[in-house]
Write a protein that binds this ligand. Structure first.
Ligand code: NAP
Length: 253
């Protein structure tokens, strides 16, 4: 297994950027980090009022900044501005949407928006982030992939395709950063009970935002390049790849 720089208590980041500033998983990761209260957290997202409210619940110095994951031509400038204000130790990429497949079937334009949010916008943003972190010679990027990246399901295949693309991008970016002092941690949660999955019945091995936060914090303190949440999904994902396609097609979810 590839070794990566570990994040230990003594090198917890002074500045953290959360892309998708209202993300439940993103905030759970922040809470799980044993970071000091003078840590500066930048919540980046579309809804500044909501981010300001949520920021008050975090035990850090919080600022909010406007960021739209679909505004591709703004991302380089957005990232330049963040780094112009000082070095960033940790970037958490948690922007994402989960639109039901039946809605996308009826409205392909919404599928395009989903791809832009979950994949294209992450590529433009994270390439800009990687350029700055490379120049810094340090820092960690956390990318939220999903078990949905493992194999497309007919009930969710556009979302799955975006996560498969993001997962491949993140692995390639991690390799390109190897030796630069910058690390990328790829997170593959299963079904997480929370805002994104509200109204859906939990899938087997469903987990919580708090569990994802704790697993990411533990992985940051290790040298793991990938973390599955729950951990058993690593084995389950191998089995998922082996299911014959006619049988896989019959799965309703
Ligand atoms: N929940 C799960 O079951 C699960 C499982 C595996 C992976 N994941 C992934 O984990 C990540 C975080 O999910 P979560 O559970 O924390 O969901 P969440 O609470 O709904 O957070 C999603 C975040 O994405 C932001 N966002 C959506 N479109 C955006 C855009 N165009 N520009 C900027 N920000 C945008 C949302 O901002 P607004 O407040 O403005 O909407 C929100 O901050 C996502 O990438 C998701 O795909 C989730």
């Amino acid at each position: 297994m590839t070794k990566h720089p570990k994040m230990t208590a003594s090198d917890l980041p002074g500045r953290i950027l959360l892309l998708g500033g209202t993300s439940e998983i993103g905030r759970a990761i922040l809470r799980s980090l044993d970071a000091p209260p003078d840590t500066e957290v930048i919540l980046a997202g579309r809804d500044e009022r909501r981010m300001a409210e949520l920021g008050e619940t975090l035990p850090f110095r919080v600022q909010t900044v406007r960021y739209d994951g679909t505004a591709l031509d703004t991302h380089q400038h957005f990232v330049d501005e963040i780094f112009a204000a000082g070095p960033v130790g940790l970037v958490i990429s948690a922007a994402g949407i989960l639109t039901p497949q039946e809605v996308l079937d009826r409205d392909p334009a919404q599928a395009g928006l989903l791809v832009q949010t979950n994949l294209t916008g992450q590529v433009t943003t994270l390439l800009a982030v990687a350029g700055h972190l490379r120049a810094q010679g340090s820092g960690v990027i956390v990318v939220l992939s999903s078990v949905a990246a493992v194999r497309p399901r007919k009930a969710n295949f556009v979302y799955g395709a975006t996560k498969a693309g993001l997962d491949a991008f993140a692995r390639g970016l991690a390799d390109s950063l190897h030796g630069s002092g910058v690390r990328l941690l790829l997170v593959r949660p299963g079904f997480v009970i929370g805002r994104m999955t509200a109204g859906m019945s939990p899938a087997p091995a469903a987990t919580t935002t708090a569990a994802v936060g704790a697993a990411v914090a533990a992985a940051l303190a290790s040298s793991a390049p990938v973390v599955w949440v729950p951990r058993g999904l690593a084995v389950l994902s191998t089995a998922m790849r082996l299911v014959p396609r006619p049988l896989w097609r019959r799965l309703s979810r």
